[in-house]
Ligand binder design. Structure first.
Ligand code: SF4
Ligand code: FES
Length: 248
């Protein structure tokens, strides 16, 4: 395939960025999107030019670091896959592909396509944990009875990889899907009940403090989420938040 890439280049957080055109050839349908960018970077390096900076780690759809806005969609045109799992067979010879970083005030650009998602870490830090006795008297998790349906729903919520596509897809740059997945994975389990009130209040307050927008039920986040995190989680977080507010 011969393609034209239009890629966002930005020196650092303070500099103004711009789209730059890169023609590329010899791209196979079996290459992943990141392998295609690797080919481009090798060409740029061999010409003495600066390679395009982008985030990646596992390249298996589990770490959540490969976040690219491709032709206006977080993680590109495929469904339920991350950018690293997107294959070039989804594109056609002669295509022009627009590649940008996820855009949100709370995700400042570090360089080119790399963004700073530490806002998500800070939301996790204020409530994404449970307190357990690890002094030698730890109760085996299997000794606590949990409804199969609850265990399954908690596991589904826990599959959120913190990629930020939900924020990038939302016209309000809301982080409600991410935060609600993190709240839900504990709210559904008995181990999460102890700190439930403090958790939801702290995580929602941190989400607001980081500058994410509010949810207006558009549902774009659910469509673009590579892990299929359901809007049900947002409804659950709202119920948890209301209950916590009434407790004062
Ligand atoms: S909810 Fe989905 S889109 Fe949002 S951070 Fe988690 S995995 Fe990514
Ligand atoms: S590189 Fe880890 S999810 Fe894509």
């Amino acid at each position: 395939m011969n393609l034209t890439l239009k890629i966002w280049r930005q020196k650092d957080a303070e500099s103004k960025g711009k789209m730059v055109d890169y023609p590329i050839s010899g791209i196979e349908g079996d290459m992943s999107f990141l392998e295609m960018l690797d080919v481009l970077n090798e060409e740029l390096i061999s010409k003495g030019e600066e390679p395009v900076v982008f985030d990646h780690d596992c390249r298996e759809g589990i770490c959540g670091s490969c976040s690219l806005q491709i032709n206006g969609e977080p993680h590109g045109p495929d469904r339920l896959v991350t950018t690293c799992q997107l294959h070039m067979r989804k594109f056609n010879d002669g295509d022009t592909i627009y590649i940008e970083p996820f855009r949100a005030k709370a995700f400042p650009v570090v360089k080119d396509l790399m963004i700073d998602r530490s806002a998500f870490d800070r939301i996790q830090q204020v409530g994404g944990y449970i307190s357990v006795n690890t002094s030698g008297n730890t109760i085996d998790a299997n000794a606590i009875p949990i409804r199969k349906e609850d265990a399954d729903e908690a596991m589904d919520a826990a599959t959120c990889i913190g990629c930020g596509a939900c924020v990038a897809a939302c016209k309000n740059a809301s982080a409600m899907l991410f935060t609600s997945a993190k709240v839900s994975q504990f709210a559904l389990l008995p181990q999460g009940k102890v700190e439930a009130t403090e958790r939801v209040m702290a995580m929602v307050n941190q989400m607001d403090a980081e500058g994410f927008g509010n949810c207006t039920n558009t549902g774009a986040c659910e469509i673009e989420c590579p892990k299929g995190i359901s809007l049900e989680n947002i409804a659950r977080m709202n119920r948890e938040y209301l209950a916590a507010s009434l407790k004062g």
